[in-house]
Design a protein around this ligand. Structure first.
Ligand code: ZN
Ligand code: ZN
Length: 140
């Protein structure tokens, strides 16, 4: 009786190990809700295991960088930029960033590209002193 039970258990064990669909199922079970710090507003948000599965299904390699609010704000900015490009009407864009030099919170009139440092006005002028020259000869 006991022998039979052990046999059943060990059989069941080898079965699950050889089952190819089991590996993907257990990988999904390993997913846990993750705490991510929003790159825009700096507050923590939860990246749920469900969203992680969604990301994987979509073959997205990188986890989200922004909280829901900032993601929506970003999408609205991108939509405004796309609209401006389509219509040819320049749209005023203001993006909140932290200066890469002095960490000062500032806004820039463009959407910074990934990995590019963004500077506040004073740091930018500091590094580009030619911009401070009087615009005498820029008139036509
Ligand atoms: Zn945020
Ligand atoms: Zn600065």
């Amino acid at each position: 009786m006991l022998d039979a039970l052990i046999q059943v258990m060990s059989e069941g064990d080898t079965n699950t190990k050889n089952n190819s669909t089991d590996s993907s199922r257990s990988a999904e079970a390993e997913l846990e809700d993750l705490n991510i710090t929003c790159s825009d507003c700096g507050s923590d948000f939860i990246w749920t295991s469900g969203e992680q599965v969604f990301f994987r299904d979509k073959n997205l390699q990188n986890p989200p960088k922004r909280c829901r609010d900032c993601k929506r704000a970003k999408n609205e900015r991108l939509a405004a930029i796309a609209l401006a490009q389509e219509s040819g009407v320049p749209q005023k864009v203001e993006v909140a960033v932290n200066c890469a030099r002095c960490s000062e919170r500032t806004t820039v009139p463009f959407y910074p590209s990934q990995g590019r440092p963004v500077y506040c006005r004073s740091c930018y002028l500091d590094m580009n002193p030619s911009l401070l020259q009087p615009p005498d000869y820029s008139q036509d």
